[in-house]
Design a binder for this molecule. Sequence first.
Ligand SMILES: Nc1nc2c(c(=O)[nH]1)N[C@H]1C(S)=C(S)[C@@H](COP(=O)(O)OP(=O)(O)OC[C@H]3O[C@@H](n4cnc5c(N)ncnc54)[C@H](O)[C@@H]3O)O[C@H]1N2
Ligand code: MOO
Length: 664
Amino acid sequence: MTPRHPRDGDPLDREVDEALALANESPPQGPEPPGTEPEEDWADAALSLANDRPAQPTRERSPDDTDGVREPGDTDGIGNMGNMGNAGDIGGIGGIPDTGDPARTDWVETALDLAREAAEEPAAVLDAQGHVRRRPEVYSRGRSSGSPMSEGTGTKSTRSRAPAHQAPAPPPKRTPGASTPHAHPSMNPPHRSPTSWPDARAIAARAAVKEAAHAAPVMRPLSEVLGQVLAAPLAALTDLPPFDTSAMDGWALSGPGPWRLPTGTKDQDHPGILAGHGETAPLPDGHAVRIATGARVPPGATAVLRSEYGTDAGDGWLHASPAHPVVLGQDIRTRGQECRSGDQLLPAGTLVTPAVLGLAAAAGYDELPTVRRPRVEVLVLGDELLTEGLPHDGRIRDALGPMVGPWLRALGAEVLGTRRLADEADAVYAAVAESSADVVVTTGGTAAGPVDHVHPTLRRLGAELLVDGVAVRPGHPMLLARLARANRENPANRENPGNPESAGAPESAEAPKTAETPGRPSRPARHLVGLPGNPLAAVSGLLTLAEPLLRTLTGRPAPDPGPAPLAEAVQGHPRDTRLVPVVFRQDAAVPLRFNGPAMLRGIAVADGLAVIPPGGARRGTEVDVLDLPWSASATEQPGHADQARQRTDRATDGEDISPQEGPA
Ligand SMILES: Nc1nc2c(c(=O)[nH]1)N[C@H]1C(S)=C(S)[C@@H](COP(=O)(O)OP(=O)(O)OC[C@H]3O[C@@H](n4cnc5c(N)ncnc54)[C@H](O)[C@@H]3O)O[C@H]1N2
Ligand code: MOO
């Protein structure tokens, strides 16, 4: 559903995005298109444009290179691109050789896109530190000599390179909503000014505080509460151990030795006291009796002698080995050593791990009070999506349907289901309006394209947009909205009559409103998280908005991302935070290369997402690394990266996890 209409975003954003994508995406696989150079050159050329540094051409181009095939270096091609504003159509015009390789075409398009933007607008450049500089001169549409990606000879025909000493220009002022008007009547209004990434997370964490407070705890059997959160402190229902027990197989002793063994039976035939039996007869002073680990120690016993430290000579007497003199109380676990009945073992808010289940059982629990899991419904938007088989006819596999539900479950949600919806306004509207979920998570359709129905739906529902775009890459169109809970009985909750977009809405669709009725107790709201369609952008939305929102609703403690030094420099966005998949190696975070917005290859092997501040981060800079919900550290409290590092060292040995490439 990416718009096929003139771009309306900030040109600086577009150029920087593309440059970053190029810097980090993999070289495309597949056959070389005719007349092209090795793929590194394409990236280099495009990056040169973005960074305003000369590319390293791999072959000389003569000024009269008129082979008619537009190549990434052909500036004349740029002049022939037809509708320069129509980025969506660019791949289909201008004589790009059809290689049959979509990846390759992408690269061509992107490089040309950069060149086109440079030609059209006062573009920005990144300096070596990743800071933005306004480029004083830009590509012309005219033909240049030499490698068009390099500094050529023409005055206006080549990109001039900003001198290294040039002071960075102040970032361009952004007026909310002041971008170029949309050319297509069906397109959505532009995003308001994006929320900063830290603010977006804070807003998401606070958004459902009231709903969380309203949710009553649920008692559930131990077998059903793994991964949930304790709604109340766990107090011991018993002493632990509940009675004095033997810590070893051996003999229970009373007083100093030697000790008389039970008479009438040979000691080796005497089973002694076994675990799982009630109280036994008192042990008189100077006597010993065989005892098993975990068995209840008889009254009067003063120590336990391990079987390997004592000798039964067969004469009815037990002797301790001289090397192991008996100490009072040895190898007896006394009652209440671990806790007394009523002691608080764990606070409310503890994540129920397997170990917590074990402790709760030991402490006498059959069921636990847990925070009610928020019910989440996933709505996957996009007519282009296939649920099986290989991509064909411009359609691609739905990567988010299989991913988002399990991801949300790992964050503690109860996922009611994942529905795939057609790109139809009414279908999206009805699905959101009628959902009984506490949180609706949509994928795709967040942008301003003609079939991007999330914003219009929210307007029809009178939703309150808490976050409408975040200054983060990838994922900037993500959003968070508050919706009133669907109330079929209340006609006042019908669609907003003043909203022209409500016209034509299905009669049956209830339209909850967020406005609270005076004098009535407010009902808990629902929330909608709109994840962008690009798969890594959706992951960014999961970690930026869904995780904090669900953390509040599930009562989980805030994760402690903790810093890790970057193994390599990472290029930054000039204004926005970047989230970059990383693996831990030798305690450092190694950025992964496949981190483009449409790529999952990096995140699939990642230990976490490094938070790269605007402007980028040098090698060795300590950056926060967000845990993934299934990482070992994420299930511990407070979670942290040490385990993840160790786990990754094991898990990635021998695997091809290419570190990020490209300039930083
Ligand atoms: N004019 C502008 N266009 C776009 C902007 C912008 O700022 N101005 N931002 C771009 C960015 S960044 C993103 S991210 C996307 C977000 O768009 P949507 O949320 O509306 O997502 P779609 O257009 O539906 O899809 C985008 C992309 O992702 C693919 N996709 C969608 N769903 C899935 C899925 N379930 N599995 C796999 N792939 C999916 C879809 O085919 C598109 O390729 O908007 C940009 N446009
Ligand atoms: O840059 Mo978009 O937000 O692909 O992710």
